[in-house]
Design a protein around this ligand. Structure first.
Ligand code: ATP
Length: 319
């Protein structure tokens, strides 16, 4: 069994056709399927792994379009449900001149926020070798309780719990609440991936230092990864820590790099969880995940840019 079940939101990003302009000034928008947990499920499947997505969509054209995208990408949708009344979530994006993205969300409430415990496909969750999730599904009820219950069921069934908080500050009532809630499930996870920005948000330390990173470890945590964009990734286990450099590429759009990284990492762990115990094999896996992240930055959009195994091997061979 190497099934990776990814839980959380899937939505549509409206990406401006021009960067560096305000939402009001943007001449147009292109729709792009989004949502980190859904991206991770597709990243896994693109690499030849087995994945499923659990989440709720609006029973509208956008919701059905998103489910079709999952199916076309080989993701098991037995855990996808539709809300009759609420719409699929939307996010309008501003591409700032510095390349960073800003989000304006339409979630009032959106279907993803309304997933209930009773709608969970428990049978699917129990089949997971790895159960992966973020923190956006923790923001409001009833999805929050569904999220916590899904984690519990996965854990009881022996799954590895994988957590990428994927901070979206604009969605939380306050920064304190975001920090508190993100940390409230920290100690359940066996694998955690955060970015350098999230490290700063959670710890107050501007640069990633080993002492603070090690203080984030807990007894059940087998692997903590801190991604550093074009600087690669730092890794921490109970026995060793270090850095794996990134690949040199010409980035066009970094959207989804983190999700590609996580998908690649989970694919490898699902096949052989002992790789995290050996530093040399872990570094190989992180190098593979870095390559996936790098490739994803070289094309526009997240899902269209996710690599298959051959793309990755090409970059690994060429490097
Ligand atoms: P996002 O939220 O945009 O999906 P993230 O902030 O979670 O991403 P990053 O640290 O940006 O994650 O990227 C994940 C991995 O992808 C990095 O560790 C790195 O290996 C690779 N990567 C990202 N950006 C670049 C880049 N500009 N050049 C090369 N590799 C990159």
């Amino acid at each position: 069994n190497s099934l990776i079940v990814s839980f959380g939101e899937m939505l549509i990003d409206f990406v401006p056709t021009e960067s560096g302009v305000s939402l009001a000034e943007s001449p147009g928008f292109l729709k792009a399927p989004a949502g980190a947990p859904a991206n991770v499920a597709i990243a896994v499947s693109r690499l030849g792994g087995k994945s499923a997505f659990i989440g709720k969509l609006g029973d509208d054209e956008f919701g059905h379009m998103l489910k079709d995208i999952l199916i076309q990408n080989g993701v098991n949708c037995d855990g996808v449900v539709f809300d009759r009344a609420a719409r699929t979530a939307l996010a309008f994006i501003t591409l700032r001149p510095d390349g960073e993205r800003e989000f304006m969300f339409y979630r009032n409430p959106s279907a993803d926020m309304l997933l209930t415990e009773s709608e969970l496909n428990l049978e699917l969750i129990r089949k997971a070798k790895i159960f992966h999730y973020g923190s956006i599904s923790l923001i409001t009820e009833p999805c929050r309780s569904a999220h916590l219950r899904a984690m519990e069921v996965a854990k009881d069934a022996g799954a590895i719990l994988s957590y990428d908080p994927n901070l979206r500050l604009a969605l939380w009532p306050s920064a304190e609440e975001a920090r508190e809630q993100i940390m409230s499930i920290w100690e359940q996870a066996n694998v955690i991936k955060i970015s350098d920005n999230e490290f700063e948000f959670l710890t107050g330390h501007e640069t990633v230092d080993d002492e603070t990173a090690i203080s984030l470890m807990h007894s059940g945590l087998k692997l903590l990864l801190i991604t550093l964009g074009r600087h690669g990734c730092r890794y921490y286990t109970k026995h060793f820590h270090g850095t794996v450099e990134a690949f040199q590429v010409k980035p066009v759009d970094t959207t989804g790099a983190g999700d590609a990284f996580v998908g690649a990492l989970l694919c490898k762990i699902a096949k052989d969880e002992s790789i995290v115990e050996n530093e040399a094999s872990l570094k190989e896996v992180i190098r593979f995940a870095n390559a996936c992240g790098a490739i994803t930055t070289t094309k526009k959009g997240a899902i269209p840019a996710l690599p298959n195994e051959e793309d990755v091997l090409k970059l690994l061979r060429g490097a």
